[in-house]
Each structure stands twice: as structure tokens, then as C-alpha cells.
Design a protein around this ligand. Structure first.
Ligand SMILES: [Zn+2]
Ligand SMILES: [Zn+2]
Length: 366
């Protein structure tokens, strides 16, 4: 194999995206190549371009959640049921790799998303590590990468429209222990917030209140399963009053923060009922500090606060099941308002950065 890989590369923070030819990797036994159908542009890529994540080995090929067809397999690669993958199979993969299975986090506290050895495609792998990002016509599936078959009936565009927002919110809703009849508020109307509203509704929650901007995203949230929406033009105290009015004066059982603004954490504590639960999923970068009143907002409220970092295999697996079964009728793909060829990946990044679209998708082989 002497061909090269065409990739959109982020050379460094705040430097324009450029197209590069990368060498085709040598495939070890258990490795494969994925011919990329779609890779997403998400808020994380905007943060990467602004240099707001630490430990990123620029230059990188962005694109952590991707879908495509296996084009080359060296040896045998099997799924969790022991069934071998074949060339041509439509798959996605867990973007987290090299979780070690040997450290304190992996073995003792069993929180593999905090394993210090984990590497993430499109984020903490650099170009010098190989073609390990989705904004490229092929992605190297290193040995041990967890591939997942796309279930019959799941449209690839529907999957990528859910993308990492869907996978992240599977984890967030799990952390929130949302149940039948739970009342839920979701802060933020981006991809994570949209998916969290959908999953909360599918879990039997009511009401599901989405708080965020802009107005078209609130309208979309209603199509995804939100029962009520509130805009940020409403002052915070009035938003809290509206939420209390919808919940018998108590506040919601569970708040899922997917806003990213640190002030949303304080808001979340004002919206949750006494003894309720707050899941913080949106503070993926350090947005600074925020004043909290520990007595009034936490201790006296007897409230539970849970962080939610990253995802594991189970969250991707469940996301695919949701798309194949419970959530198949939801308008996931409508969130993708534009797809971009590889040489226009920068435009997709710009569209997400300016929030002109909920989700942009790169189609490297289009
Ligand atoms: Zn580990
Ligand atoms: Zn993402």
C-alpha cells in the first residue's frame, strides 16, 4: 500500500486548517483502515482551534466521532460477540484508545474515563502518531480500537448527527439516574443538550425543560422531546420561578448541565429540588470560576452534584441502540444543517464556532 491519506490538519491553535497528505500507516495484525463517510465538527474542535484544551499534540487531524466502511483489515478483528469484521462493513469506533486496564482508575475506582493513559482520536493523538482523526479520507484503526457495527436501519447521517453529543448525553443521563416520571431540566441547547432532552424523554421523564439559546435551537429541542423551553433572555430568577411553577414549587429532580458557561452550574443548583441531583457535563474546558453559595445552594438543599467526564464503550453501544430502536423517529439528522467536503472543513468549524449550525459534518470522500 503506497497511497497516502488526505487530511484536514489543524497545525496549531488559531492557525488556519490546511490540507495535507499523510503517509499510509503500516497495518499490524489486528489493525484496520476506515474509509471515512462522515466525521463531525463539534464544540470540542472549536476549543481545540482556540487552544483551550491542555495536552494536545498539535498538529492534529481533528474529528473524534466518525463513521465509515472498513477498507483494509490486517488479520482478524472481532466485535463484542466474537463475530469477525469484514472489509466493507459500516462501523463506528470508540474514539478513546489505550485505556490501560492496569492503573488505579481502571482497576480500583473503576472510572476508566479518568485513566491517565487514554488517548483520544482527533484530540490527544497528533499527526506524528499517524492518521488518527476523522477529518481525513481514511482513519487508522490501531489494534485494540473498539469497533461497533452500525445496526440495520440506522442512517449514517443520523448517527453522525447525534455524534459525540448523543454519546456524551447517554453518559450524562445515566449519571443523572433519570427515571420514569423524573422531572428534568437541561441547561444548554447545543448537541449535548438536544440529545439529553431526547434521552430524558425516552427515559420517561416529564417535564423535560430545556433552557438555552438561540430560538431555533429551542424549537428543535421541542421536536427532540423537550416539553418546555426557556430562553436566556428571561432573567435567571424568572427562569427558576418558571421551573418551580412546572414542578409543584419544588424544582426539578435532575438538572443536566450541558451549557459550558460556568454560570450555568450556579443556575443548576437553583433549579434542582431539595435532595435532587445535578450532573455537570458541559464544562469540558476551563471557563473560569463562578460564585456559589455553599449553604443555600448545596448543603441546606441536600443536593447531589456529579461530574461527567468522557465516555466509554457502553455509551457508544447504547447510543446506537437508541438510534436503532427507541429514538429512531426523532429528527437527529435535521440537526445537521450542512456537510462539508474535506477542503471546506474550516468552513464547518467556523459555522459551529459562530453557532450558525447545531452540527456540521465533514464528508471526506464526497
Ligand atoms: Zn488505566
Ligand atoms: Zn465532540
Amino acid at each position: 500500500m503506497t497511497n497516502t491519506i488526505r487530511a484536514a490538519v489543524m497545525p496549531a491553535p488559531n492557525v488556519p486548517i490546511e490540507l495535507r497528505e499523510l503517509p499510509w500507516p503500516e497495518l499490524q495484525p489486528g489493525a484496520a483502515m476506515l474509509r471515512t463517510l462522515y466525521s463531525e465538527v463539534c464544540g470540542t474542535d472549536v476549543h481545540l482551534h482556540h487552544g483551550r484544551l491542555s495536552g494536545v499534540p498539535y498538529p492534529i487531524v481533528p474529528g473524534h466521532v466518525s463513521i465509515g466502511h472498513l477498507s483494509h483489515i490486517r488479520g482478524t478483528v472481532r466485535d463484542i460477540d466474537g463475530v469477525a469484521f469484514a472489509e466493507g462493513d459500516l462501523v463506528t469506533f470508540l474514539d478513546v484508545h489505550e485505556t490501560c486496564g492496569a492503573c488505579h482508575e481502571c482497576l480500583v475506582t473503576k472510572q476508566t474515563t479518568r485513566c491517565p493513559h487514554r488517548k483520544v482520536y482527533g484530540i490527544t493523538y497528533g499527526v506524528n502518531d499517524g492518521p488518527l482523526g476523522g477529518w481525513a479520507d481514511h482513519i487508522w484503526m490501531k489494534p485494540g480500537v473498539k469497533l461497533l457495527r452500525i445496526p440495520a436501519g440506522v442512517d449514517p447521517l443520523q448517527f453522525i448527527a447525534g455524534g459525540c453529543g448523543l454519546v456524551t448525553s447517554v453518559h450524562a443521563v445515566e449519571r443523572g439516574e433519570v427515571r420514569l416520571g423524573s422531572s428534568v431540566a437541561v441547561l444548554g441547547a447545543g448537541p449535548v443538550g438536544q440529545a439529553a432532552a431526547a434521552l430524558a424523554a425516552l427515559s420517561g421523564a416529564h417535564p423535560v425543560i430545556v433552557i438555552g439559546d438561540p430560538a431555533p435551537r429551542r424549537d428543535f429541542a421541542l421536536r427532540m422531546g423537550a416539553t418546555h423551553t426557556i430562553g436566556l433572555d428571561v432573567p435567571a430568577a424568572d427562569r427558576a420561578a418558571q421551573v418551580r411553577a412546572l414542578t409543584g414549587g419544588r424544582g426539578v429532580d435532575v438538572v443536566i448541565e450541558a451549557a459550558g458557561d460556568p454560570r450555568a452550574v450556579s443556575d443548576a443548583l437553583d433549579l434542582v429540588r431539595d435532595g435532587g441531583r445535578v450532573v455537570i457535563a458541559g464544562q469540558y474546558t476551563d471557563g473560569g470560576d463562578v460564585p456559589i453559595n455553599p449553604h443555600r445552594q448545596i448543603n441546606r438543599k441536600h443536593v447531589e452534584i456529579r461530574g461527567c467526564w468522557g465516555c466509554d464503550y457502553s455509551h457508544v453501544h447504547r447510543a446506537l441502540q437508541v438510534l436503532a430502536v427507541q429514538g429512531r423517529a426523532l429528527p437527529w439528522a435535521a440537526a445537521v444543517t450542512a456537510t462539508y467536503a474535506l477542503d471546506r472543513a474550516a468552513d464547518g468549524l467556523e459555522a459551529v464556532a459562530t453557532r450558525r449550525v447545531v452540527k456540521a459534518v465533514v464528508a471526506p470522500n464526497s
